[in-house]
Design a protein. Structure first.
Length: 276
């Protein structure tokens, strides 16, 4: 009798347990990930550099910074970091002019673009195109007005010079002490390209980026990030790659990160927001 009762009791317990599992009650013994609802009283002024080093990272890379700034995902960090650019057709992972502008648009908070023109001012974009609002935003805040052929060239691979010009315009095209063009034009001559004109917008943009968004010998940026993917953004190497070469996707966040570390990016973002 005892054996029968024990057997029946065990069966009942098993059935009860299976019933709970069937109802989804039995769960893993861990708290499941959730998005926090911030408590206003616990808001702190914390930047991406604070967060990165607090979590035990000894080096801040441009891709970690871009992820923290909400520009790329963790998956994209890995993808960009592991891409062998030398195996690609042009020896570089290109990024379009439009995508560069999208990143500046997102840094500005992805503002609503009101009163979009019913007729597109650009031959290669229509009002129904999802990218149309970014092009109009970029035009209104003075980053790009398209090309002389009437097209915006959203998908055209961006040159390094175009990227520097976007950054310079985003900063408000400030007055700048012009850097020597000797080395840059010497490289251009080797490649059979016309020299950069003294005092041109490209010259001013390159000078501004050189002075504000590049790494220099002996500065305190040395310990902030790995050297990988950043060689083109050191002052002593900037002119070794011609401005008309394609901008490299894995490296385009480096100038933005340097500007942020030097507390110069936030005013630029605020300016774009005020114009949006």
């Amino acid at each position: 009798m005892k054996k029968n009762l024990s057997t029946r009791g065990a069966a009942a317990l098993l059935a009860l347990a299976m019933g709970y599992m069937g109802q989804g009650v039995a769960q893993a013994a861990y708290i499941q990930p959730k998005s926090a609802q911030p408590i206003e009283e616990l808001e702190f002024d914390v930047n991406c550099f604070d967060m990165h080093f607090y979590y035990g990272k000894n080096v801040m890379t441009n891709l970690y910074w871009a992820e923290c700034a909400g520009l790329i995902t963790k998956k994209q960090v890995v993808g960009l970091a592991t891409t062998r650019e030398d195996k690609l057709p042009n020896g570089v992972m290109t990024i379009s002019r439009g995508r560069l502008l999208e990143y500046l648009y997102h840094l500005a908070g992805s503002p609503e673009v009101k009163n979009l023109p019913e007729k597109s001012p650009y031959t290669d974009l229509t009002p129904g195109d999802a990218r149309y609002k970014v092009a109009i935003w970029a035009t209104r805040v003075g980053l790009s007005a398209g090309w002389s052929d009437g097209s915006f060239h959203y998908d055209t691979p961006a040159s390094r010079g175009a990227y520097f010009t976007f950054l310079y315009r985003a900063a408000g095209s400030p007055k700048v002490t012009l850097e020597s063009l000797d080395e840059a034009n010497a490289v251009r001559a080797e490649k059979g390209a016309a020299p950069i004109k003294e005092g041109s917008e490209l010259h001013r943009a390159m000078s501004w980026v050189y002075q504000h968004a590049l790494r220099n010998f002996g500065d305190d940026l040395e310990g902030i990030w790995l050297g990988i993917n950043n060689t083109e953004y050191k002052r002593w190497e900037i002119n070794r790659t011609p401005d008309f070469y394609y901008a490299s996707y894995p490296t385009i966040f480096t100038p933005l990160m340097i500007l942020d570390y030097r507390e110069e990016l936030a005013p630029i973002v605020a300016r774009l927001q005020s114009l949006s």
